[in-house]
Structure formats: C-alpha cells, structure tokens
Design a protein around this ligand. Structure first.
Ligand code: HEC
Ligand code: HEC
Ligand code: HEC
Ligand code: HEC
Ligand code: HEC
Ligand code: HEC
Length: 421
C-alpha cells in the first residue's frame, strides 16, 4: 500500500521529467527551423531587431494580431504582401509600404507554419553577445545567448532533489508507522541504491530514459557540428559609426575608392584614416550624428578642425575597425580573382552593403557556400584571352556531354588544393 504510494510519486515525477525533455528537444528544433527559414528567405531584407531594407521583425506578430485579431493577416502578408494589400485594403500595410519607399517585399513561397516558425524565431531572438572586440584579426566568436542544455541540467538537478526529499519523507513516515506498530526500522538502503533498484524493476522506463537522453545528445551534437565557425549575420559595433548607406548608397562613392586593393590582390583592404580625410577635411558634420562621429576621425589622425590644420607632433592612433568577415587560416580566398577575373559583384557575396548603416556578415562563408557557387556559376570565357586555350581544351574534354559553357567546377574550382593550402 505505502509502497504503491512511493512508486506512484516516482512515476509521476518521471513522467514530468520525460515530458520536459521531450518538450525541450522539440522546442530546440522548432527554433532552429525558424532560424533556418528566416536565413533562407528573409534575412536579405530583415533582421530580427534592426531595420535593414525592411523593418525589424521583432514584435510584428503581436502588433498584427492585436490589430487584426488573428495571425491570418500577417501570414497572408508574408506570403504575398502586394496581394494582401490589394485584397484587404489594410491601411496599415499601405502606409508601411509607403514608409519603405514602396520597396516591394517579394511574394515568398512559404507555408503558414513556416511563417509562424520564422516569427517565433524572430521574437525569441536575442542579439549575439559580441565578445571583446578583437581588432587584431583574432576571430571574434559569437556565443549563443541561451543554452537549453543548461536548463535541462537545472531541471534534472531540481527533480533529483525533490525526489530525494520525497523519498526520505516517505521512508520516515513508514518507519514511524512501523514504530507505532512496534516493528523494527527497515530499509537501510540509501537513496541512490533505491533509485537503482527502481530502474531495475522498471526496465521499460529505463530504456525510454536512455533513448531520450541519446536523442537529445545527438540533436545537440548535430547542431554543434553545423554551427562550427559559422558567424553569419555577425555585426559587431564599430569604433566609429561609419555608414555604408550614407557613403556607398546616398553619396554613391565607389567601393574601390575605399577598398582599393580589391581589384588588385587577395584582400579588399580597409581604408586608412588618410582616405577618410580626403573628404572629411571638408565635411565636418553628418546629418545623423552631427560632429560627434566625424570628430573621432580627427582624433585618430590629429586634425585641429577649428584651426584647420594638422596638430604638430601628434601621435596618430589608427582606427581599430572590428573585422567582420573571417575565413579560417587554412582557406585561400582571393578577391581580384572573383571580382576581376570571375566578374562577381560585391553584393553577391556581401549583400546590399550600400543599404547597410552597419555592415553585417551576409553570407555563411562555409565550404558549402563556396562550392555551391562554383557548381552553379559560369566562367566568363568570352573576350578573355587568358581563357582561349583553356576553353578550347575544355570543349574537347567535354565533347560527349556537348558542353559549350563551363562552370567554375570545370576549371578546377572544386579541387581541395585550390582553396586549402
Ligand atoms: C526583398 C526584401 C524582403 C524580403 C526577402 C522579405 N521582406 Fe518582409 N518586408 C520588406 C519590406 C521592404 C517591408 C516593408 C513594407 C513594404 O515596403 O512592402 C517588409 C515588411 C514585412 C513585415 C511587416 C512588418 C511590420 O512592421 O509590420 C513582415 C511581418 C515581414 N516583412 C516579414 C517577412 C518575412 C517573415 C520574410 C521571410 C519569409 C520576409 N519578410 C522577407 C522586404 C522584404
Ligand atoms: C568611404 C569609404 C568606403 C566605401 C565607399 C565603401 N566602404 Fe566598405 N568599409 C569601409 C570601412 C571604413 C569599413 C570598416 C568598418 C565597417 O565594417 O563598417 C568597411 C567595411 C566593409 C566590409 C566588411 C569588412 C570586414 O570587416 O569584414 C565590407 C564587406 C565592405 N566594406 C564592402 C563594401 C562594398 C561592397 C562597398 C561598395 C558598395 C563599400 N564597402 C564601400 C569603407 C568604405
Ligand atoms: C565571391 C565572393 C566575394 C565577392 C564577389 C567579394 N567578396 Fe569581399 N569577401 C569575401 C570573403 C569570403 C571575405 C573574407 C576573406 C577572408 O577572411 O580572408 C571577404 C572580405 C572582404 C572584406 C574584409 C577585408 C578583407 O580584405 O578581407 C572587404 C572590405 C570586402 N570583402 C570588400 C569587398 C568588395 C568591395 C567587393 C567588390 C568589389 C567584394 N568584397 C567582393 C567574399 C567576396
Ligand atoms: C569620398 C568622400 C568621403 C570619404 C572618402 C569618406 N566620407 Fe564620410 N562622409 C562623406 C559625406 C559626403 C558624408 C555625408 C554628410 C551628410 O550629408 O550627412 C559623410 C558622412 C560621414 C559621417 C557622418 C554620418 C552622419 O550622417 O552622421 C561619418 C561618421 C563619416 N562620414 C565617417 C567616415 C570615415 C570613418 C571615413 C573613412 C573610412 C569616411 N567617412 C570617408 C564623404 C566621405
Ligand atoms: C558568387 C560565386 C562565388 C562564390 C560564393 C565563391 N566563388 Fe570562388 N570563384 C567564382 C568564380 C566565378 C570563379 C572563376 C574565376 C575565374 O574565372 O578564374 C572562382 C574561382 C575561384 C578559385 C580559382 C579556381 C581555379 O581553378 O582557378 C578559387 C581558389 C576560389 N574561387 C575560392 C573560393 C573560396 C575559398 C570561396 C569561399 C570562401 C569562393 N571561392 C566562393 C565564384 C565564386
Ligand atoms: C571553393 C573552395 C573550397 C574547396 C574547393 C574545398 N574547400 Fe574545404 N573549406 C573551404 C572553406 C571556406 C572552409 C571553411 C569553412 C568554415 O569555416 O566553416 C573549408 C573547411 C574545410 C575543412 C574543415 C572542416 C569544416 O567544415 O570547417 C575541411 C576538413 C575541408 N575544408 C576539407 C576539404 C576537402 C577534403 C576538399 C576537397 C574535396 C575541400 N575542402 C575543398 C573551402 C573549400
């Protein structure tokens, strides 16, 4: 009778634990899916917490639900914003469209569940905590803010303690009863021993526990493997609020004016303070930040803006820009090869830089990303003397397949040694 009572509590606690674990592992998955869908379909125009080309998406679901009474409207909007605007006559949507200079949010082929998964992901998104800015070229890693494993451990520990307390309470109760009945104390087994016996007796449960635990570990391991070295969307705070939107966008300054080695060499290069001074000797004030940010340029180079001359004997301090894109040391990537020979646009790899107030990493920069493009992109061989012989050789080599145009893979773009030394 009393034993049943103990085992009942045991079973209840166990069920709770098992359910918690199931819920947690499935919520981890749901969140990841939302993130993946977001990155594949939305991140070119949206960030969860910042305005990019479209508005920040955090809180949008709630706003729309409050305004229209359900999630239907926002789902319809995401799937086909123009269609929604016309059919619903929603004045909020019209105004939003106007406010964003009539930039069209293209119709997107996603399911209702996928839209909700994205919106859930966005709402749960916490900005990555950038570690100490590593301006020295050290890879500044981004840590995930919340770790479900930690919660799982906390829950297991709490359950363990609760279980323990209940167990000794019940043992004492039983012993009290026995004392009353004039019997001897029993059960000198300790708690862990009892737990072990419990699991031995309930072998089915033991199996379930083991299966759940292994599944959970497998999921974590998989996510961890997938995440190694991937810092997409990395957006550190820079020492000066330098806006590409103002410079490359509104003022139309050519990328190469500042990144002046991009067509000549491996690295694109970050401009020195001297290049800023070409213009900022004159432009002393910005519309957004007034004189505050431009003053930092003067501070770096030692320019006295009031007197209009360089300060003599000033010890210059280079601006410590935080590096955003970071390939691992064992990868070889060459800008001029892609930009000049391969004729690739900066934006293909870096996204709409000219619309970013603050640059973020647009592409994954994984091996899969490089390889995909090498599989899909034609090599421009016309009007390129360098390729004439290679082209003829390739046509010869792929005669049976009848290939006339060639992808990067055909000129060796998938060979390990091309990218790895
Ligand atoms: C091509 C760029 C682009 C893509 C891709 C894009 N959006 Fe948008 N989105 C916009 C723009 C621009 C607006 C502002 C309204 C307008 O101009 O149509 C917007 C508005 C929104 C809004 C309304 C926000 C508010 O404040 O009410 C939501 C929600 C939204 N987008 C969700 C998504 C989701 C989810 C995806 C991915 C499945 C996505 N968008 C993909 C450009 C885009
Ligand atoms: C007026 C000078 C200037 C112009 C023009 C300019 N940039 Fe930049 N760019 C900078 C500076 C300064 C930084 C470093 C600060 C930052 O990351 O915002 C930078 C950073 C970058 C980065 C990130 C580098 C990293 O740390 O990984 C990319 C990518 C980039 N620029 C691409 C472009 C492209 C593409 C264009 C043209 C559409 C362009 N830039 C035009 C000055 C310029
Ligand atoms: C084929 C893809 C691709 C194209 C096209 C491309 N970049 Fe990059 N860019 C990269 C990669 C990959 C990195 C990281 C390189 C590294 O870490 O060694 C990078 C890094 C940078 C950086 C950081 C500093 C540096 O020199 O590494 C700047 C600035 C930059 N790119 C600017 C540009 C500009 C400007 C253009 C267009 C003229 C451009 N990129 C075109 C892929 C590309
Ligand atoms: C080719 C000319 C040119 C170069 C080079 C240039 N800028 Fe600018 N910069 C401008 C112009 C034009 C403005 C816009 C002023 C305005 O209308 O707001 C501006 C604005 C700014 C602002 C203020 C933005 C605001 O609205 O608050 C900052 C900060 C700034 N630049 C930093 C830099 C830095 C750092 C560099 C060097 C990496 C640099 N600029 C190089 C032309 C230039
Ligand atoms: C947007 C498409 C694109 C992406 C992304 C891209 N590449 Fe390329 N890559 C090209 C093109 C196009 C060429 C051909 C250039 C030429 O004609 O020689 C090329 C050529 C190369 C070559 C020379 C291959 C050969 O056989 O001569 C190397 C090495 C290379 N890429 C490395 C990389 C690495 C590393 C990455 C990822 C960090 C990368 N690429 C990402 C388009 C891309
Ligand atoms: C087009 C360029 C390119 C080619 C070709 C290429 N790799 Fe990579 N590889 C990369 C890049 C970029 C990374 C860095 C990925 C990261 O940091 O996530 C990488 C990473 C790796 C890693 C480290 C594990 C990882 O995923 O981070 C290994 C191992 C590797 N490559 C092996 C190979 C082998 C073997 C081949 C030939 C079959 C090959 N690579 C061909 C670009 C390339």
């Amino acid at each position: 009778m009393r034993n049943t009572w103990v085992s009942l509590i045991g079973k209840m606690l166990f069920t709770i634990a098992a359910f918690t674990m199931l819920l947690m592992s499935s919520s981890v998955r749901a969140q990841l899916d939302g993130e993946a869908i977001f990155k594949a379909n939305c991140s070119s125009c949206h960030k969860p917490d910042k305005k990019v080309i479209g508005p920040a998406l955090q809180g949008a679901r709630e706003n729309w639900a409050e305004r229209t009474g359900s999630d239907e409207a926002i789902i319809a909007w995401v799937k086909n914003s123009q269609g929604y605007m016309k059919s619903s006559g929603d004045s909020y949507a019209k105004k939003l469209f106007e406010d964003y200079n009539k930039s069209v949010m293209t119709a997107i082929a996603v399911s209702d569940e996928e839209v909700l998964a994205v919106l859930d992901y966005v709402d749960s998104y916490a900005p990555p905590v950038a570690a100490v800015p590593a301006a020295t070229g050290e890879s500044a890693g981004v840590e995930e803010a919340s770790d479900p494993t930690l919660w799982l451990i906390v829950i297991v520990v709490i359950l363990f303690i609760v279980f323990r307390v209940l167990w000794s309470v019940s043992k004492n109760l039983r012993n009290l009863n026995r004392q009353k009945d004039g019997q001897d104390h029993i059960e000198e087994v300790d708690f862990l021993g009892a737990l072990g016996q419990y699991f031995k007796k309930n072998q089915a449960l033991t199996v379930i526990v083991i299966v759940l635990l292994s599944a959970y570990v497998a999921i974590l391991g998989w996510d961890w493997l997938n995440g190694i070295g991937v810092y997409q969307s990395y957006q550190p705070t820079q020492p000066i609020w330098f806006s590409h939107k103002i410079h490359a966008g509104q003022n139309g300054i050519n990328c190469v004016y500042c990144h002046n080695s991009v067509e000549k060499g491996k690295a694109a290069g970050i401009p020195s303070v001297n290049i800023c001074m070409n213009c900022h000797m004159g432009v002393q004030e910005g519309k957004v930040s007034g004189t505050k940010e431009i003053a930092k340029i003067y501070d770096a180079i030692g320019w006295d803006a009031d007197k209009g001359r360089y300060i003599k004997g000033y010890e210059q301090k280079p601006i410590e820009w935080v590096r955003i894109h970071n390939l691992q040391d064992f990868v070889y990537f060459n800008h001029s090869q892609h930009v000049v020979v391969g004729k690739q646009e900066c934006q293909t790899c870096h996204g709409p830089i000219e619309e970013m107030d603050e640059v973020y990493q647009y592409s994954e920069l994984t091996m899969g990303w490089c390889i995909n493009c090498h599989r899909e992109t034609d090599v421009t061989m016309d009007d390129n003397g360098y390729y004439e012989r290679i082209h003829n050789d390739l046509v010869e080599k792929h005669k049976e397949e009848g290939l006339e145009t060639f992808k990067v893979e055909h000129i060796g773009g998938l060979e390990c040694v091309k990218c790895h030394y």
